[in-house]
Design a protein around this ligand. Structure first.
Ligand code: ARG
Length: 460
């Protein structure tokens, strides 16, 4: 047992209590951030005249030594320490002697852990943004390739109207653009430095909190020492944004699973992203898409867990807050893995244009266009809807499509129909004439592709 606070105790901590209380098994994950924060802290202490420059240099050298040794595997983060803060401080004292004992001047583990967690979350947001950006770039490339890949658009998973694959992918592009922006917003909102807040009530030392904040690339220091040590809103916001990313990935995964099924055959997942069955030799399963869909539950779980943990905690720091870490770490790692794998899976899958197009042609996806044809010839829309409904029923009885129904049959139901109905309801025509911004027509899609091209170029 190695802890920082033995002075006022007369008995050793019970081993079970010690184990229950300790956080080293998971907060070791932010050893880098802990050391970075400590370097900024002593730099500020020296600039404020609280440490000498020589003390500062000795401490920084010691901290950098710990960092290098941990990274090279020379120094193991041992679980005999209560947490990562104790580990770093004890090692520093071992290395440089009594000067190491000055590191914690004007600091509490409460503001220290608040800082470490913020630094960690900030670094992870940067990585998450990169991954989402890569997914967006991949989708953008696929959109450009599939402007004239026709497919059915669905409502209620029933064929509705013909669209293109570019248009379908464009819907996910919008979702992931919003996800990207949510990550940026969270970063900006959380980017205030809590260090210098002490345990809850600041300190009596003349700390220069602006300096610490700027050394660590924060927009500035936080404004209330109690909120600083008790705020985990940014973790909750991140978990909420990650849950939304997973919700989007899960919807997309579900579609890929359907498209890849034997019944649809719209796409074929690459062998490198599929798995087999131990008993059925013919099987090639979309396990990656299923796992992404499945892992959504665990990210939602993290969000609900942390919201529940934080509920009802009185100000300021309480040990409950130590529970923020495992949920947040696990959700971040899960989402990073899912985005990376999902991107690889969609960029390597083969698109079966022929099957998509054939499917778009049947299922009466052009019925709305037949009604629009009548409207353009002066029939009120409600009547046109009824006429086309009758035509569809007739086709179902004859087991043919609207394109195959002879003009004489059309005319029996409405004399307004002429030979040009066949062009008006041709599947490609139906798509090509939908060119209002946001629609699947090629001109509309090209405009969106240009907008997205500029959007991607502008991402930091
Ligand atoms: N391991 C603790 C946590 O993660 C660090 C802060 C400890 N502070 C305290 N007052 N016990 O929250």
């Amino acid at each position: 047992m190695a802890q920082l606070w033995g002075g006022r105790f007369t008995k050793e901590t019970d081993q079970l209590v010690y184990n229950f209380n300790a956080s080293i098994s998971f907060d070791r994950k932010f050893y880098k951030q802990d050391i970075r924060g400590s370097i900024a802290h002593v730099t500020m202490l020296a600039a404020s005249g609280i440490l000498t420059d020589a003390e500062r240099d000795l401490i920084i050298e010691g901290l950098n030594g710990i960092l290098t040794d941990v990274e090279n595997g020379v120094l193991e983060i041992s679980s005999k320490y209560e947490d990562i803060h104790s580990f770093v401080e004890a090692n520093l004292i071992d290395r440089i002697g009594d000067t190491g004992k000055k590191l914690h001047t004007g600091r509490s583990r409460n503001d220290q852990v608040a800082l470490d967690m913020k630094l960690y979350v900030r670094d992870e947001i940067t990585e998450l943004k990169e991954l989402v950006k890569h997914l967006l770039t991949t989708l953008h490339g696929m959109m450009k390739e599939h402007i004239d890949t026709y497919m059915p658009g669905f409502t209620h998973l029933q064929k509705a109207q013909p669209i293109t694959l570019a248009h379908h992918l464009g819907a996910y592009m919008e979702m992931f653009k919003r996800d990207y922006e949510r990550l940026c917003d969270i970063y900006d909102r959380m980017n205030f430095c809590p260090l210098g807040s002490g345990a809850l009530a600041g300190t009596t030392y003349p700390l220069d909190r602006e300096l610490t904040a700027s050394l660590l690339d924060f927009s500035g220091p936080t404004l209330n020492s109690m909120d600083s040590v008790a705020d985990r809103d940014y973790c909750i916001e991140l978990l909420s944004a990650l849950s939304t990313i997973m919700m989007h990935l899960s919807r997309f995964s579900e579609e890929i699973i359907i498209w890849n099924s034997n019944e649809y055959r719209f796409v074929e997942l690459d062998d490198s992203y599929s798995t087999g069955s131990s008993i059925m030799p013919q099987k090639k399963n979309p396990d990656i898409a299923e796992l992404v869909r499945g892992k959504t539950g665990r990210v939602y779980g993290a969000l609900i867990s942390l919201l529940t943990t934080m509920k009802g905690i009185p100000l300021a720091y309480n040990k409950d807050m130590q529970e923020d870490k495992e949920f947040t770490f696990d959700a971040i790692d899960t989402v990073k893995g899912c985005i990376a794998l999902f991107t690889g899976m969609i960029s390597s899958m083969a698109v079966n244009k022929k099957n998509m197009e054939a499917s778009a042609k049947n299922g009466f996806t052009n019925a709305t266009d037949a009604a629009d044809y009548l409207v353009n010839h002066g029939v009120p829309f409600r009547d046109a809807h009824g006429i086309v409904g009758q035509l569809v029923l007739l086709c179902i009885e004859k087991d043919i499509s609207l394109d195959e129904l002879p003009l004489s049959e059309y005319k029996k139901i409405s004399p307004v129909f002429e030979e040009d109905i066949y062009t008006a309801i041709s599947m490609k025509e139906c798509v090509q004439k939908r060119n209002t911004l946001g629609a699947p027509g090629p001109n509309a899609i090209k405009k969106v592709i240009d907008i997205n091209e500029a959007y991607l170029a502008g991402l930091q």
